[in-house]
Write a protein that binds this ligand. Structure first.
Ligand SMILES: Nc1ncnc2c1ncn2[C@@H]1O[C@H](COP(=O)(O)OP(=O)(O)OP(=O)(O)O)[C@@H](O)[C@H]1O
Length: 322
């Protein structure tokens, strides 16, 4: 049983100056970790709120309303020792590993430093023994990786080093923000396999943030479709992709270039307009269409709304029974 990272009715509103504001996230409730390791894909176009959500989950962004808690404690008010544990146990992997590494340091530096900083090793030898083991676990040869500068490694190798770096700290939860978007198509499947292995073999729960429905379908238990800061649809990945219930999800799926020769490639088409599925200022809530999924609709006082967190729990409970 891993610790639980919980977002409860969180909204993030940015002050954009001149008396106006931007609601980047609206009433989001999610649960990451807990009884069964899971992968939650958060799928959305540019501007849907994905990065804001990752920042919220990492505690870098405080919610305007609602709360983010870890292991039952509000992340905004953790004691310094609890904050240290949180920073070690909730790790992030970002889109462009090159940006994450200082070009003037050999790749060893970002691997050794956190191990020392968190007091996880007693000696340099112990650090290297642990680093080499972890590099091998993500398919890297330590002899060909350590001692090199970031620019001497390929994009795929840098991304693996980044995954290894997060694993060195024994995380409970990994937040992967577009982890394969900068990687060659040929390596994408390998990196996704590694991420999937973190759940299967190490019991780590992941949030996989992407604009790519195909890879979300490949790895995730639950897909959360984000649009304009709202969750538009949430459910098991097979159902969301093969039988989408919300018009926005359907539009997103139709915009994916199809390998079907009878279907035209849609690359030229505009993605669904951000506002076409949101009436301005509408108060949306999630309503269950089945026990394990829900879609957004204008709030109805007559019907109880559900949360994405409750849908995530239902999806995992069903998986546990299968
Ligand atoms: N600090 C900020 N101040 C004002 N508006 C912001 C700020 N950060 C984000 N936004 C706005 O909030 C919305 C969500 O932004 P966010 O970066 O979370 O989207 P995203 O889905 O990650 O997009 P991308 O894939 O392009 O990174 C956007 O409309 C963005 O312009």
């Amino acid at each position: 049983m891993s610790k639980l990272l919980e977002v409860r009715s969180a909204s993030v509103v940015f002050d954009t100056g001149g008396g106006s504001s931007k609601r980047a996230l609206d009433d989001i409730s999610l649960e990451i970790g807990g009884p069964t390791p899971s992968i939650t894909a958060v799928v959305g176009e540019s501007g849907s709120g994905k990065s804001t959500l990752i920042r919220l989950l990492l505690g870098f962004q405080h919610p305007t309303d609602g709360e983010v808690s870890y292991n039952g404690q509000n992340v905004a008010t953790l004691s310094s020792s609890a904050a240290r544990t949180f920073r070690r146990e909730v790790q992030a992997i970002f889109q462009d590993p090159f940006d994450a590494f200082n070009p003037f340091y050999k790749i060893d530096h970002p691997l050794v430093t956190p191990l020392k900083a968190f007091g996880l090793v007693a000696s340099r030898d112990e650090a290297y023994e642990r680093i080499e083991r972890t590099l091998r676990s993500v398919g890297l040869d330590p002899a060909n990786t350590l001692g090199k500068y970031p620019h001497q490694l390929s994009g795929g190798q840098r991304q693996r080093v980044m995954i290894a770096r997060s694993l060195l700290l024994d995380p409970q939860i990994v937040l992967a923000d577009e982890p394969v978007s900068m990687v060659d198509a040929s390596l994408r499947a390998t990196i996704l396999d590694i991420l999937y292995g973190l759940k299967q073999e190490l019991g780590i729960s992941l949030v996989y943030v992407t604009h790519d429905l195909t890879t979300a379908y490949q790895v995730a238990d639950t897909i959360v479709v984000l649009h304009g800061g709202h969750i538009m649809e949430v459910g098991p990945s097979e159902k969301v992709i093969h039988d989408p219930r919300h018009a926005y999800t359907r539009a997103l799926i139709e915009a994916v270039p199809s390998p079907d020769p009878d279907k035209p490639w849609n690359l030229e088409e505009e993605p669904p307009s951000p506002d076409a599925f949101l009436s301005a200022g509408a108060d949306l809530a999630l309503y269950a269409t089945e026990p394990d999924r829900a879609i957004a609709a204008p709030r109805r006082s007559s019907e109880p709304a559900v949360t994405a967190a409750s849908i995530q729990r239902a999806v995992m409970a069903q998986k546990a029974q299968q």
